[in-house]
Design a protein around this ligand. Structure first.
Ligand code: UDP
Length: 432
């Protein structure tokens, strides 16, 4: 693969979104509250920095959050750091180690990580009132730009509960340079992190984006047929990067066990190849080998033209949506499935229990056997499964839509500017 050698950060071009359009989903009051919170922030310059504009939950969210910030009157931008393949190999190891993998951190890896950050820092121009740096890849930027004005916020999307101490020890001094850090859950905050402010903000999905917008069953059926999937037969669907933590091999085992009782069952696994995820292709190959040319297992990716509308169609056609993760920061795909009124079975890890209350809005599982039993249960009792899915949809509407995400950021900006916001908001969404 050719190495990317552009210097410094690249701007991401964004579409336009209007808060008013969301009133039909969340109600006028929510939109009025957002406008109120944004009043003191008119014209504030905001920069989000991340490592990819495509593939994965962070990119997914920023494509909505930033246009909504603009519509609320902030001057928000998004830039992507540049880096070589070596850099992205190191940051993927860092991601794995911070999720608990036992990995070494050799000097060459530290050097590659710092070198890329130095390059991004020295070419960085402009001043911002708020800079939000997403995840570990660009974390050292604050230290490297220590003289810059503005409030700097580190947004961690990872579950750090079992973080490898060597990697966390290396990262922590960079994070401590920030004015604030955002985590998805209180339990993700490391006890030794010394920082002025910690906010707890769960991620969110965009109910109006092509991935989640309404789509009829007929439209969905006509899309999935193009990929050789039969809309008349039952199917399990997991939409996830091909990554060991998403357990694609386990998902195939679940499908095989279910297929013994339901021979018509199909399995669709959709996984985009994010440019900051060099493991993707290798794990895709392993998954393909495990699928062993079963014609009812469909492994698809963006390379097959599966984009947002196609993901929407597959999720809407699913009999059961799976997210059988072994580790998960949040798992946007769980909310995506629930939003579409589907029964969702998720791994009992990370942010998934925030979205799935066992037996109420879906099922939580820890093993292949449990997951198989739950799938069979849903297939045998479709009415009960529908009730779960409907409650799940409402839970997402109240807690995990982009409007809640915007509100939490606006509250945090106000607080950092010395204007604390006092109204009560649901505990899961409140800045701490
Ligand atoms: N996604 C996608 N196409 C794919 C795989 C994933 O559009 O082939 C999207 C998925 O719909 C979700 C996001 O990428 O919006 C994944 O976010 P999640 O929080 O589930 O996992 P992450 O990739 O951030 O670990």
């Amino acid at each position: 693969m050719e190495e990317m050698r552009t210097h410094g950060m690249q701007n991401v071009v964004l579409s336009t979104k209007s808060l008013a359009d969301y009133a039909s989903v969340v109600g006028d009051e929510v939109i009025a509250e957002l406008r109120q919170l944004a009043k003191p922030l008119q014209g504030a310059r905001v920069l989000h920095i991340s490592s990819t504009a495509y593939g994965g939950g962070v990119a997914e969210m920023l494509h909505t959050l930033i246009p909504l910030m603009r519509d609320a009157g902030l001057e928000a931008e998004w830039r992507i750091i540049s880096g070589t393949d070596d850099f992205f190999a190191v940051t993927k190891s860092m991601h794995n180690a911070l999720q608990g993998m036992d990995l070494e951190l050799p000097p060459a890896a530290r050097a590659a990580y710092l070198h890329a950050n130095v390059e991004n820092a020295v070419y960085f121009e402009d001043e911002f009132d708020y800079v939000i740096v997403h995840d570990p890849q660009p974390a050292p930027l604050r230290m490297l730009r220590a003289g810059d004005k503005g409030r700097w916020i580190w947004r961690c999307h990872i579950d750090l509960t079992a973080a490898n101490p060597t990697y966390w020890g290396f990262l922590r001094p960079f994070v401590q340079m920030y004015d604030a850090a955002i985590f998805t859950l209180p339990s993700y905050v490391k006890h030794d992190l010394e920082i002025g402010k910690v906010a707890i903000i769960p991620p969110a999905i965009d109910p109006l984006s092509p991935k989640n917008a309404p789509m009829t069953q007929e439209e969905a059926a006509s899309i999935i047929q193009l990929y050789g999937v039969d809309p008349k037969r039952p199917m399990l669907v997991q939409v996830s990067r091909f990554d060991p933590w998403k357990d694609p091999l386990g998902v195939i085992d679940v499908y095989r066990a279910v297929k013994r009782e339901y021979p018509a069952m199909q399995l669709v696994m959709v996984g985009s190849m994010a440019h900051d995820d060099p493991e993707g292709m290798e794990y895709f190959q392993r998954t393909k080998e495990h699928a062993d040319a079963d014609p009812d297992i469909h492994l698809l990716s963006n390379l097959d033209g599966v984009g947002n509308a196609e993901v929407n169609a597959f999720q809407r056609s699913a009999t059961v949506v799976l997210q059988k993760s072994l580790r998960e920061g949040f798992g946007l795909t769980v909310s995506e499935g629930l939003w579409k009124g589907k029964p969702v079975i998720g791994g009992n890890v990370g942010g998934i229990p925030l979205q799935i209350e066992e037996g109420k809005t879906g099922y939580l599982v820890e093993t292949i056997e449990q997951c198989t039993d739950r799938v069979l249960d849903i297939l045998r009792h479709p009415e009960r499964a529908k009730a779960l899915a409907d409650r799940g949809h409402e839970h997402v509407r109240q807690n995990f839509l982009s409007t809640a995400n915007l509100r939490n950021y606006l509250r945090l900006f106000n607080e950092l500017a010395g204007r604390p916001v006092t109204e009560q908001v649901p505990a899961t969404c409140a800045a701490r």
